[in-house]
Design a protein around this ligand. Structure first.
Ligand code: FAD
Length: 231
């Protein structure tokens, strides 16, 4: 006869995940399917949002979708799965002796298992002026908000990089009414994905929509010059 009771299973292990992004949360979804009962899960995310589909930031920038449309795991999903979620909290310390993590504001959580799923940081050109106001990357909702805000105030945008993300950003900014120039170091656009004839066709069709291009151009420096405000 099986005499075991839920009490016999002992306390659950504590799983802490740092990074509330696409890969990490997908891992939790699989883990919950395989072993729903073995962990008490706590998630720390630096962004002030539940997990969203980062890939769809381009349609959000272009005004075709909203932030709500691209949420993958709404707050209810975390509570339904008994996950403690800390949004807007960046983990800045891992105390491996005490097996605990700590955030900027001093929030602390102990772990038995620690999963680091912190993604990556966008590459910023290491040139003078890269830290000027108005110079941003394209990685998260905050970047999209900054671009949307800029598009309502200013007329001209320059996108450095004519790869897939650069062209998506340029397209979104153009749809927001900006005059956009793409500066690209390569001999043709998206040279990792396209051969020259295909890239020329793409360039032509984007030029017909009003996008401008500077190909085979290095950016040695970014300088601050007042852009005419939208009139
Ligand atoms: C506009 C855009 C379009 C893309 N399109 C495609 C595509 O078509 N196909 C494709 O395969 N990929 C695409 N990607 C890439 C894809 O989004 C990433 O590969 C994917 O999001 C990686 O998932 P991740 O969980 O590793 O990291 P992320 O989704 O970046 O999540 C990591 C999270 O960890 C958080 N974090 C970092 N450090 C800390 C810390 N110390 N404490 C707490 N939280 C922290 C970050 O704020 C972030 O929210 C695109 C990316 C962008 C930006």
């Amino acid at each position: 006869m099986d005499m075991s009771t839920p009490m016999d299973k002992g306390p659950r292990m504590k799983l802490v995940m740092v990074g509330n992004g696409m890969a990490g949360v997908r891992t939790l979804e699989e883990l919950l399917k395989l072993a729903p009962d073995i962990y008490d899960i706590t998630v720390f995310g630096a962004e002030p949002h539940p997990n969203y589909n980062r890939i769809l930031l381009s349609p959000v920038l272009a005004g075709e979708q909203t932030m709500n449309d691209i949420v993958l795991n709404p707050l209810d999903w975390y509570s339904d799965n008994k996950i403690t979620l800390h949004t807007g909290k960046k983990v800045v310390k891992i105390d491996r002796r005490a097996r605990a993590v700590e955030t900027e504001d001093g929030t602390r959580a102990e772990y038995d298992r620690l999963l680091l799923a912190t993604g990556s940081n966008p590459f910023m050109l290491p040139v003078p002026g890269a830290d000027l106001p108005g110079v941003i990357s394209f990685r998260d909702i905050a970047d999209v908000d900054a671009m949307v805000q800029a598009s309502s105030q200013y007329r001209h945008a320059v996108v450095i990089g004519g790869g897939l993300l650069g062209l998506e950003a340029a397209n979104g900014l153009m749809k927001r009414g900006m005059d956009v120039t793409v500066v690209h170091i390569g001999p043709w656009l998206m040279e990792r994905q396209l051969d020259e004839p295909a890239a020329r066709l793409l360039q032509k069709s984007l030029e017909e929509k009003g996008m401008k291009f500077l190909l085979q151009k290095q950016t040695p420096e970014l300088v601050s010059s007042p852009s005419p405000a939208r009139g």
